[in-house]
Design a protein around this ligand. Structure first.
Ligand code: BG6
Length: 489
């Protein structure tokens, strides 16, 4: 099956941080893929901006290398690459002094295309870039701004950043990226829930025992020491990606796929999350930090050994038992866990249904396992519905738990586009459904902050775990205390 490509209107895409890691690994490859898929209309232009003094030619060379390093060679058509690079130019600009913004304005003048200013820079520069864009008269009615997380490190700093951007851009022009929302399987969660009649009647506390959300990574710090050591897993993953996944599982059916209809429902979930206070935090949260251990490539150092000063209490793992105080979910725990240097790279959502109320089978038929719906976000994207069946054969009634297995890779032969491809095209189309609204970001911080404060106040220790395992034993105890176990991936 081939998906239909509808070209977007011509646009000017300005990347602040144009020579940075995000531009290199994600933005330029994603833009190239969309051009190659035939989604651009002329005259679309891409302008890199950063402090480095580069010529257009040097920027094109940078982009060529970025694309060759991050797109599979068999997916690159040489003619497409050349015509993509011809769209690129470069402006040296300093976000703080404003130097170079006049040159950028000159480059944009005369174009009435859609303008997307992508801020792939530290959040401390969001305010000054926005102000400089305004002062240089670059913001048209057709302009949008795209910002990346972290949007703050707590509620107060998130408000401040939102205020700074909000002084210049209206909420309809602000696209706050959470790249998890651009992942195919995450969007599929909405299709699964709201395009099928099957699940919705069961999607509540009467039929669901609990939900597990795991985002496990095998990588460690990856040269991000300065950012990561100040953030930790609670801010880096839980406040955004994990809570967004929880929202999509738990929200009510929105009235439509309109951005605000979806975001209103997510917001209600975030506001219904039961606050975790100081006394409760040690019982319902676990913070861990990896020690030396192994990865599939051999031995790896512990977290603190990767730091220059050799000490830190920053968590690289967090597990939380969350509860949603509303009619649909009262009494249904959501167990969330995420961490670095875990046993394997897997992101999945497990919906465990309640056990059957009464068994008619003899003991010899074996155990009856509660039904599980497993939504695998990565790798091996797909959905498995586990059900009990009779073991085939004449040997009497034996029951077996088997999956109805829908592997996306096997069912759809197409390339699985990167989340950024979808999200960048949505920015150009002006569709905010998969972007976070200001109140969502702030509601998420309002739930995260008390957990942090509780950890700080009670000096809740980060518990060590060996790299290459599933995290601290306390994380296993967190769920097993309730008579449940983490789904084995
Ligand atoms: C980022 C986090 O937002 O998401 C990283 O800052 C993390 O720490 C990454 O590694 C995970 O994204 P993905 O798409 O590789 O699962």
């Amino acid at each position: 099956m081939t998906s239909q490509i509808i070209p977007v209107e011509p646009f000017d895409f300005i990347i602040f941080g144009g020579t940075g890691d995000l531009a290199e690994r994600k933005l330029l490859p994603a833009l190239f893929q969309r051009q190659q898929a035939g989604q651009f209309s002329d005259p679309t232009r891409i302008i890199g901006a950063s402090r480095a003094k580069l010529t257009d030619k040097e920027y094109r060379d940078f982009a060529r290398t970025a694309i060759c390093d991050h797109v599979k060679p068999e997916e690159i058509a040489a003619t497409q690459l050349d015509s993509f690079l011809a769209r690129l130019s470069y402006v040296a600009a300093d976000a703080v002094s404003g130097d170079g913004f006049a040159r950028l304005k000159k480059a944009l003048d005369g174009s009435d295309s859609i303008r997307a200013f992508y801020l792939a820079v530290a959040p401390s520069l969001f305010g000054s870039i926005s102000t400089n864009l305004k002062e240089h008269g670059m913001i048209t009615a057709n302009s949008r701004i795209v910002v990346e997380k972290p949007i703050g490190r707590d509620l107060a700093s998130a408000r401040e950043l939102n205020d700074q951007i909000g002084k210049v851009f209206s909420e309809q022009q602000i696209f706050r990226i959470d790249h998890y929302l651009g992942k195919e399987t995450v969007q599929n969660l909405m299709a699964l829930r709201f395009a099928n009649a099957l699940y919705e009647p069961l999607w509540n506390s009467a039929h669901i025992d609990h939900v597990q959300i795991t985002v496990a990574e095998t990588v460690g710090l990856e040269d991000r020491v300065t950012y990561y050591d100040k953030a930790g897993a609670l801010r880096d993953m839980m406040q955004n990606h994990m809570l967004q996944l929880l929202c999509l599982v738990a929200m009510e059916a929105p009235a439509s796929m309109e951005a605000d209809a979806v975001r209103d429902e997510k917001l209600k979930v975030l506001r219904s999350l039961r606050r975790i206070n100081g006394n409760e935090a040690p019982k319902v949260s676990v913070r861990g930090q990896y020690r030396a251990g192994a990865s599939s490539n051999g031995p790896v150092k512990g977290y603190v050994e990767e730091l220059a000063n050799g000490e830190s209490s920053t968590e690289t793992f967090v597990a939380i038992k969350a509860e949603i105080g509303n009619w649909r979910w009262a009494g249904v725990p959501f167990y969330l866990r995420t961490g670095k240097r875990l046993a394997s790279r897997v992101s999945e959502i497990v919906i465990e249904f309640k056990p059957i109320p009464h068994s008619i089978f003899e003991e010899s038929a074996g155990n009856i396992t509660a039904n599980q719906l497993v939504i695998r976000l990565q790798p091996d994207e797909g959905v498995k519905q586990w059900i009990m069946i009779k073991d085939p054969g004449p040997g009497g009634m034996r029951l077996r738990n088997v999956p109805l297995d829908m592997s996306f890779a096997e069912s759809f032969q197409e390339r699985n586009p990167d989340a950024y491809e979808r999200l960048i095209m949505d920015v150009i189309r002006g569709n905010q459904t998969l972007f976070m609204r200001r109140d969502e970001v702030e509601a998420a911080w309002a739930w995260i902050d008390p957990i942090h404060n509780a950890w700080d106040d009670s000096r809740q220790e980060t518990q060590g775990y060996t790299a290459g395992t599933w995290g601290p034993s306390a994380s296993i105890a967190l769920i097993e205390r309730d008579g449940r176990t983490w789904h084995e991936s």
